[in-house]
Design a protein around this ligand. Structure first.
Ligand SMILES: [Zn+2]
Length: 798
């Protein structure tokens, strides 16, 4: 009611002229006198406002007299027309004048108080109470008065339940409680605004206040996101809707990230040092750059790198010889990705120095002699850089505590994502550091205080990664493949454990997915980002994870799974070659490893935990199909990794264990050292399964959502010594076609298919049915409220 008035505290209304007519005519009634007073106030206050600026002396000299005249005009309503019933309204106007225009809460409170004392039965009683309470609550610094104000407002609501100000009073009680940090009481009263006065103009403010309290007082980001979301959804026309939506998005991102990281820390993508929004922008730039670079059709065939890392100086010096082949049109300029934070000293083609431009993580190189289609070219880059916290290094680090360079930081010149190449690398670090890289270790020397190691990767891979630190090392092997664990000195006691776990994981994966493809395997500890990282022939596990002891083993299993899913079989991150093919697969692989060390219950429990995060994420972030969900979506990990793993489990359910594991082995064998897409996987699935699986891929990869099932009704009748059991299972849209295990104790177990709408089932049994269970082994991705589809039938017999 008084919202606009409240907002206009101290504002001067310059409505000059509105009441001029009234002023010149003599009032014959209280109503005319009241109008005259209002007009006089407007006219005089407008005049004073002008003088205040143009003639401050005159303003100061006359203002008090003018104010008194305005008050007197209002007082005339009662003095000249004592029989009228407008005296209280005039008094209310005087109170407002003191409160809003003269900023004199004491005088205002007196004026309002007179209404209560002198005009019993006045229609303005509720206004007076509200205004007095607001003065006590918001214009005084006294908590005792605030509590008094709450009592005044409660009186207002009780005494005048039908007052148009009851919603104001309710909202104000919430506000007062909030200012004195009584969060629960404030929430209760804001909620009353929403429940009792859903159409109040304060409803959006009350909703906002609730969200704010959950965010700031209660530090409950999840609930706050929910409340901000309600405001945006239920009050779309409110001024507050846009801000609420932004807050919701921001908090949702936080909630999803927190849930994701506590459940299953994994490849961090170097995000640890950067605010998410910034990464998001970087990612957008990355996509654009990737598109430009991919369009050139330049294929790097081989790298020959000579890299010197100096952790003490945080620096890198390198020479990279890059042999590339032109698979596109003739070119007189080529572009490669290269870290902005590293200085390129020169680029040569043989003896010839080439011109280049290096900006935005991209180097454009002029070729004096155009490169014809099909031709190869070897360029030699000389470069040098000091790693600092600048985002251009994408979170990578060169530091005495531990150094690591992942391909994402573009520390060597790169063509498109998914490019496959072989590598020769010489890595030098000052002693006592030890360098590690991908590929087979050809040699290792310590000369003149420098540790130099030479690495050779003969298989085509998509990434070059190096790490260096003062490592403690333990060596072993799995079926002839050298395994080496590199841990920081303080984690020395865990070397043996890591070696044992690695062997166990290798045994399981080689038996399940086929041969390990590389010449060696290393487990390497690095200092930063939460989680791990699985480039070809090694995994990097962060210090934080290593400190967790056995709790980090699922992570180790996930990263080792990338040797098959991502490295042996690689992906390009194009529309068909989606991250599910490595991340969903690796996540499911570590769940399978867990199952292999225990039983199916362990896998089910793990998948339940993961899909719970997915369901939580899609409460806050619109669900998206696995196939289109990209890095940058806050729900990327929940959708691609977690739901993605569950989708593989459902595929296993559809096919049966024997066929499913044959598919996984065949897929890895058939596409060793190739980039694959979803179509390749589907082809393998259909070939081995012997039937079309279009329906499965269509609904689980290209559509969002999960099954929403319930047991709608059950009926049991007894006829000729047989029990007839009628069951209706209901599915809410969007509909999924899936097999469904239905079990009725003690003697019925059937696999049926659900497709659309209601499924009517009829069973016959000589034995009295006890309980019915649908999907009792929890194979299907079902909405969280329907995790347990179970019904007691023992009392159903009619
Ligand atoms: Zn991964």
């Amino acid at each position: 009611m008084n919202k606009s008035l409240l907002m206009a505290f101290g504002g001067v209304l310059a409505l000059l002229g509105v009441g001029v007519y009234w002023w010149f005519s003599t009032p014959h009634s209280a109503a005319e006198q009241l109008a005259r007073a209002t007009a006089y106030q407007q006219k005089k206050m407008a005049e004073l406002a002008v003088w205040e600026v143009q003639d401050p002396e005159r303003f100061e000299a006359t203002k008090d007299e003018v104010y008194q005249k305005i008050i007197t005009e209002y007082q005339h309503v009662q003095t000249r027309f004592p029989e009228s019933n407008l005296g209280d309204e005039a008094q209310l106007a005087i109170g407002d004048f003191y409160a809003d225009q003269l900023d004199d809460p004491t005088a205002a409170q007196d004026a309002y108080q007179q209404i209560i004392e002198q005009y019993a039965g006045s229609n303005s009683h509720d206004d007076a109470l509200l205004n007095i309470a607001r003065i006590k609550a918001f214009r005084r610094e006294d908590d005792r008065l605030k509590l008094e104000a709450i009592e005044d407002l409660k009186t207002l609501i009780q005494t005048f339940p039908d007052s148009g100000l009851a919603d104001d009073a309710t909202y104000d009680i919430g506000r007062i409680y909030e200012t004195i940090d009584e969060a629960d009481a404030a929430l209760e009263w804001y909620q009353r605004v929403l429940d009792d006065y859903p159409d109040s103009e304060w409803a959006d403010d009350a909703q906002l206040a609730k969200a704010r309290i959950y965010e700031l007082h209660k530090a409950d980001a999840e609930r706050a996101a929910d409340e901000y979301g309600k405001l945006a959804k239920e009050h779309p026309n409110s001024d507050l809707a846009k801000t609420a939506q932004q807050k919701k998005d921001e908090l949702s991102r936080k909630v999803i990230e927190d849930a994701t990281h506590t459940t299953h820390p994994s490849r961090g993508g170097g995000g640890g040092r950067m605010p998410f929004d910034f990464m998001h922008q970087m990612e957008a730039a990355e996509v654009l750059r990737n598109e430009i670079i991919a369009a050139q059709k330049l294929d790097v065939l081989a790298y020959d790198l000579d890299i010197k890392l100096d952790p003490n100086a945080n620096s890198l010096h390198g020479t990279a010889r890059v042999t590339l082949q032109n698979q596109g049109d003739e070119k007189d300029e080529i572009s490669l990705k290269f870290c902005q934070g590293i200085t390129i000293l020169s680029i040569r083609n043989g003896d010839q120095l080439l011109d280049f431009e290096h900006e935005y993580d991209k180097v454009a190189i002029n070729l004096p002699v155009p490169l014809p289609p099909g031709e190869t070219l070897t360029l030699e880059f000389n470069y040098s850089g000091v790693e600092n916290d600048a985002p251009s290094w994408s979170g990578d680090q060169i530091d005495p505590h531990g150094s690591y360079l992942r391909f994402e930081s573009k520390w060597y010149p790169q063509s498109h994502w998914g490019d496959l190449f072989t590598v020769n690398l010489t890595l030098s670090v000052p002693q006592p550091y030890t360098g590690v890289s991908i590929g087979r270790k050809i040699s290792e020397t310590n000369t003149d205080g420098t540790h130099t190691s030479i690495w050779q990767m003969d298989q085509p891979v998509f990434a070059i990664v190096v790490a260096a630190a003062e490592y403690e090392i333990q060596k072993g092997n799995f079926a002839g493949t050298p395994l080496t664990v590199y841990l920081f000195k303080e984690d020395k006691d865990k070397l043996g454990d890591y070696l044992q776990h690695t062997k166990r994981i290798f045994r399981f994966y080689t038996e399940t997915f086929g041969d390990y493809p590389f010449a060696k395997f290393d487990v390497v500890e690095i200092p930063f980002f939460p989680g791990g990282y699985g480039p070809p022939s090694m995994v990097m596990i962060t210090e934080k994870s290593v400190k967790k002891g056995d709790d980090a083993i699922p992570l180790l299993a996930h990263e080792i799974a990338h040797q098959w899913w991502g490295n042996k079989v690689s992906i390009t991150m194009t529309d068909d070659s989606i991250p599910w093919l490595n991340e969903g697969f690796a996540t499911y692989s570590d769940a399978l490893y867990l199952e292999s060390q225990g039983d199916r219950d362990d896998l089910v429990q793990k998948l339940d935990e993961l899909t719970a995060v997915y369901f939580k994420a899609i409460k806050f972030q619109e669900d998206e199909p696995i196939a289109t969900c990209k890095w940058g979506n806050p729900a990327y990990q929940p959708i691609v990794y977690y739901k993605g793993a569950k989708v593989l489990d459902m595929l296993r359910f559809v096919m049966g264990d024997k066929t499913f594991f044959e598919v996984m082995r065949t897929f890895a064998d058939r596409h060793t050292f190739q980039n694959v897409g979803v179509a390749d996987f589907r082809t393998t699935c259909e070939t081995v399964y012997g039937d079309s699986l279009n329906w499965f891929f269509e609904q689980w990869l290209y559509q969002p959502g999960a099954l929403a099932l319930e047991i709608d009704s059950t009926q049991v009748t007894k006829q000729d010594g047989q029990y007839q059991i009628e069951v209706v299972i209901h599915q809410d849209p969007p509909y999924f076609k899936m097999p469904l295990d239905v079990k009725i104790d003690p003697n019925i177990a059937e696999r049926v298919w659900i497709e659309t709408g209601d499924l009517h089932l009829h069973f016959r049994s000589p034995k009295k049915p006890k309980t019915m269970t649908v999907d009792g082994e929890n194979w299907l991705l079902k909405m969280p409220s329907q995790q347990h589809l179970k019904r007691d039938l023992s009392n159903d017999v009619s």
